[in-house]
Ligand binder design. Sequence first.
Ligand SMILES: Cc1cc2nc3c(=O)[nH]c(=O)nc-3n(C[C@H](O)[C@H](O)[C@H](O)COP(=O)(O)OP(=O)(O)OC[C@H]3O[C@@H](n4cnc5c(N)ncnc54)[C@H](O)[C@@H]3O)c2cc1C
Length: 271
Amino acid sequence: MDLHFVDDVVRPTSREDLPQALPGDTPLAGGTSVMAEPGRDVRRLVDLTALGWPDLTVTGDGLEIAATCTIDRLVHADLPESWTARTLFRWCADSLLASYKIWHTATVGGNVCLALPAGSMTSLCSVLDASLLIWHPDGTDSVVSVEELVVGDQRTSLAPGDLLRSIHLSTAVLTARVAARRVSYAEYGRAGAVVLGRATDDGMVISVSGGSVRPFAVPVTTADPDEVVSACAAAVPDSAWFTDAHGTADWRRSVVPHLIREVADELGSDT
Ligand SMILES: Cc1cc2nc3c(=O)[nH]c(=O)nc-3n(C[C@H](O)[C@H](O)[C@H](O)COP(=O)(O)OP(=O)(O)OC[C@H]3O[C@@H](n4cnc5c(N)ncnc54)[C@H](O)[C@@H]3O)c2cc1C
């Protein structure tokens, strides 16, 4: 697509090389959204792909995923067998409307920063308690959760010039038992709601997303499915459910408890 309202494209190769933030600056990762549905206020593209961030780094304490790592790379990564939660990488990719052809270009960080409710890399980060490293334009860093970054439908807490640098998943969460459910109008359609769960030492974490304007990660200290459903209902306000082509708010509000129950049952019975 010709972005005729874009005046400039810069391709920094290091952090020092990043330009001073200007109004209309837009980070460009895979470009599957920036090129398809560009905001009218975009004036300069800051291409992140020349920064050369290694896609995936296995660290002493887990996995660091560069924001520019493609979804395809993550799905097909050769990772330790003991990281049982890695099954969610593929599962979450399959929850996108985007097909595997888009996975080749779309990045994990782009999916999170776009902050669509249908952002299943956001769902992944939510249930796996990811630590998101943010580079600020003044040279400082901060680490936030995905719930702190994705604050609404296509709304993030990123300030102008902020960049998501990487996503860290700890070994403890990667080796945890997980369960996943989604529901959609069409068998292979984009998920209307996503519920993910992860077993913890004292219970489980349930993440509700896809049908809510932002992700909700709910820690619970019980395996009783009724109590888990109640805890999630208390954590997700009625106003969080939304209506679009993939589901109505009422439908989402009514089906999600069933998904939560199934996830809780699976995690509770699998000990
Ligand atoms: C056919 C099709 C189906 C799709 N289906 C879905 C779907 O089901 N769910 C969904 O969520 N998306 C979907 N998308 C949108 C998009 O493809 C994905 O969200 C994708 O993961 C975005 O990644 P990207 O690397 O292409 O991001 P880009 O298009 O490059 O960027 C997306 C946004 O994030 C910002 N950004 C990117 N990287 C960073 C960073 N590191 N730091 C700060 N800001 C950054 C950009 O400025 C832009 O605002 C679909 C797109 C297509 C074309």
